[in-house]
Write a protein that binds this ligand. Structure first.
Ligand code: NI
Length: 170
């Protein structure tokens, strides 16, 4: 079972865990900023999803967790995300912290030599996004094959359900 648990450093240099996001939704994606195709495509799509949700996106924290902490320092992630995918907050940490987060989300990612890539390696990774509820539990995961509209309607369903549950509690 996937546990949305992590102890990482956000791109502003703050130590964060899942508890810091309690009460908000999280949309979590793992990758690395030197990724040529997969991350740019996924982050652009998820940005479209959030744009499509309009004001409803205010309650969602979009998080991009690196699988390449050796290169993706907080400063590198902040610079790259601010320029390209400004909705996202980057998360990084020590190798051990990143490994723990990967294990918790069951993300696969491993360095692979590539003579044409910067620094001679790439980090192929799972291309799934994870929706975590305000209670800290994983609500859904979205395969890379889904388009922005499909993901947005799934998320809207969850937000509506949560809103109805909140009304029922009051
Ligand atoms: Ni990538």
């Amino acid at each position: 079972m996937i546990q949305a648990r992590f102890s990482l450093i956000d791109h502003n240099g703050n130590a964060v865990t899942q508890e810091d996001y309690r009460g908000r939704w999280m949309l979590v994606y793992f990758g690395f900023t030197s990724c040529k195709v997969v991350c740019p495509r996924s982050l652009a799509k998820l940005s479209d999803v959030l744009d499509g949700l309009g004001k409803e996106a205010d309650g969602i924290a979009p998080l991009y967790a690196t699988v390449d902490p050796a290169r993706d320092t907080p400063a590198v992630m902040k610079d790259w995300l601010t320029r390209n995918y400004p909705r996202f907050t980057g998360l990084t940490g020590t190798e051990e912290q990143v490994d723990q987060a990967k294990r918790a989300f069951r993300v696969f990612a491993e360095r692979k030599p590539d003579s044409e890539a910067p620094d001679g390696y790439v980090v192929p990774h799972t291309a799934i996004s994870y929706l975590v509820g305000p209670d800290g539990n994983l609500k859904a995961h979205f395969l890379d094959s889904l388009d922005a509209g499909q993901i947005a309607s799934r998320i809207e369903e969850f937000l509506k359900e949560e809103e109805m549950a909140a009304h029922a509690r009051n």
